[in-house]
Design a protein around this ligand. Structure first.
Ligand code: FPP
Length: 263
């Protein structure tokens, strides 16, 4: 009896999530969603587990959220997996985080290929350990012809460093007299960022209740809608993701103008 009731309850929950997905899809879905995946450490501490257990659970959330993002018709999902500041963490934690792309991709690459997902990366690739580079490279190559959701890992990424590198590249062009100072404008800066080929994020989600940007996509987020969710990343599920998109769809984006266009 109880089992039957539970089955019914699960079926009802599933139906309501799929109804919500359909409803979200009938409105304007954000093209690019960027996520600061925060709270793995706290999730582990709440369970008296080592921090790496939180990161491992967080990896499973990456799979869940990639699948729902794909189902929702989101075009780009950028996930902040490792920042240039994260090198300050204990070596054991860094080593574990550097192994996660390998574990994630060796487990889920067939599924990503099957679902037409294209894996990409932004960040300083050269400074990653060889084994991390190899797994990312393999996934990028294996999915390079896919034209569905772009799953973009920000790995060893720091926005200030990205901007510094952009400034250097443009300054070099000016010194070499390939451009004049007057040629420098916003579109030239954008064209030198690591996200040059991507649309700007429409929605930024940060989990865990923290309300800061932590050196993430500072230029690109100029007109992005923010959603700070009080749920730790390993607990962030399909329901939370759909909820964040529903909230986004109720926002009125103005881009500095006065006439807000309701999405
Ligand atoms: C921040 O939480 C999280 C990170 C620095 C790592 C994020 C990585 C994952 C979610 C897994 C990535 C998976 C792949 C496939 C690359 P925190 O450790 O700062 O948490 P805390 O603030 O609670 O301590």
């Amino acid at each position: 009896m109880l089992e039957k009731l539970l089955r019914k309850k699960t079926a009802e929950t599933e139906t309501s999530l799929s109804d919500r997905v359909q409803s979200v899809k009938s409105k304007q879905v954000p093209s690019h969603v960027a996520i600061i995946m925060d709270g793995n450490g706290r999730w582990a501490r709440q369970r008296s587990l080592p921090r790496i257990a939180g990161h491992h659970e967080g990896m499973k959330t990456v799979r869940k959220i990639t699948r729902i993002a794909n189902d929702l018709g989101i075009k780009v999902l950028t996930l902040y997996a490792f920042s240039t500041e994260n090198w300050k963490r204990p070596k054991m934690e860094i080593d574990f985080l550097m192994k996660l792309p390998g574990e994630f991709l060796s487990t889920y690459l067939p599924e990503l290929i099957e679902r037409n997902v294209k894996v990409e990366m932004i960040g300083n690739y050269d400074a990653l350990p060889e084994h991390t580079k190899e797994s990312i490279q393999k996934a990028v190559e294996a999915t390079s012809r896919n034209d569905g959701l772009i799953l973009n890992f920000a790995m060893n990424y720091g926005s200030r460093l990205e901007i510094v590198n952009t400034v250097k590249e443009i300054a070099k062009l000016a010194v070499e007299k390939k451009i004049s100072i007057e040629d420098i404008d916003e579109s030239m800066i954008e064209a030198h960022l690591m996200t040059a080929h991507l649309p700007e994020p429409d929605l930024l989600i940060r989990t865990s209740g923290e309300v800061r940007l932590s050196n993430f996509m500072l230029w690109q987020l100029a007109y992005t809608e923010f959603s700070f969710v009080d749920v730790l990343w390993p607990d962030f599920d399909e329901d939370c993701m759909v909820g964040a998109i529903e909230e986004f769809q109720m926002r009125s984006r103005r881009f500095g103008n006065v006439e807000g266009e309701k999405l």
